[in-house]
Design a protein around this ligand. Sequence first.
Ligand code: SF4
Ligand code: SF4
Length: 465
Amino acid sequence: MPAKYAIHHKTAKPRFRPIGKLGIVDWREDCSSCHNCVKRDCVYRLYRDEADTLRDEAGYLDYIYQCKGCLNCVQNCTKNILTRVINPEFLRLGDGYYTPDLILSTWYQAETGKIPVSGAGYGGPFSGPGFDSMWTDMSEIVRPTRDGIHGREYISTGVDIGRKLPHLAFDDGRLKVDPPPLAETPLPVLFDRIPRHWNRGAVTALIASAAAEIGTLAVLDEADHRENEAAARGRAIPFLTAPHPETAQPGGAATLVMIPDGPDVLEAQAALKADHPGRIVAIRIPADPAAAGRVATLARDGADAIFMAFDRHGRENGSAHPRHMRDVLRDAHTTLVRQGIRDEVTLIASGGIAAAEHVAKAIICGADLVAIDVPLILALECRLCGECERGQACPIALEEIDAEFGVRRIVNLMAAWHSQLLEMLGAMGIREVRRLRGETGRCMFFEDLERDTFGRWFGKRKADA
Ligand code: SF4
Ligand code: SF4
């Protein structure tokens, strides 16, 4: 049995004090200055650790925004002067998709490399839009085989990228055809190009180095790819916006290259493979309402891999009523299955993958693997405040980030995601992530449950009619 794939994590403390969720407001003017003040009993030492802030506090309110919310000090203060509040700065983090809780959880994972545990049960809504209306089936969680992370059982998270044969043909026991080349990645997560306003200082280089360290691949603009150390290690995918095969070696010696979709895209693919028979070409298409049809056409005509680019919130492009990638991926996957060509092409989904659970859910909906960008920047302490897009100073000085520190934070985040993926696969009774693709029998969709449970009495929702 090959050695288990593992991502080793090492604590990487943030450079800046993270914006915490909960705080304690201290109405100090009523304080009796007890000798046994409950603040000394905080098991997380928050009052001591934040003493530097408190000492300089001019007003009579103290804000302790790393509070874990145990309420010990609030309940035991004899004068009842302590109150737990939600940090207003926390509530301003991110947006409706990259929620403050999700950002805080990503920072925690990037710091520790560990699975986030919320404690005190799940406090979120029953259902929500997009991936929040899918529940994965954890019915195998009680089985003794559920020992994926630390146990004896091997659960594979590796996937192949490239075209596959529809069937094998043998002649006198020998394979009659040469199978097309495949690239393997041990994690079904690629690192996508990051938007220009985040491409500052060492950011692109350190993202590529982190990809190389954990054995996955990073998509880089061609200019970044030429000088990159990860490219030298074969773990980078150059994005060739203008592949001119007649000019000198587009993409250099890269095994995997990416090109944008266009009318002559398959001719460009053939030209890029002409001098490199072992090369794999991924075609990047915008995920719009016509995407399922385009995916099927490209797959039928010989595409190796198709990269579906959704927007930052996982919605399709070019639609007044955009669907979430959950539905678009199911559409594309089902179209390929109906045509009997699903196994021949690799589908990669990017945009809107914000948490480890989204990786598993996108794969259940039909992707072979996913690509991420925003979580990589969050791992580097970004607050999604948008100041850099407006040309203002960055509160976490992203442009000054130390490459080694940045690599460690991203590796930690992927270690936490990998552990969560193993937990989910183990609980679903699935031993390799390849088998999860399109496996909708391993999850439940809110609208199906609602229709089956209430549909016969209340009919269809008006929005569905
Ligand atoms: S509520 Fe608990 S964690 Fe928060 S400051 Fe008080 S004792 Fe510490
Ligand atoms: S913290 Fe704000 S300014 Fe800095 S990189 Fe993130 S979005 Fe840009």
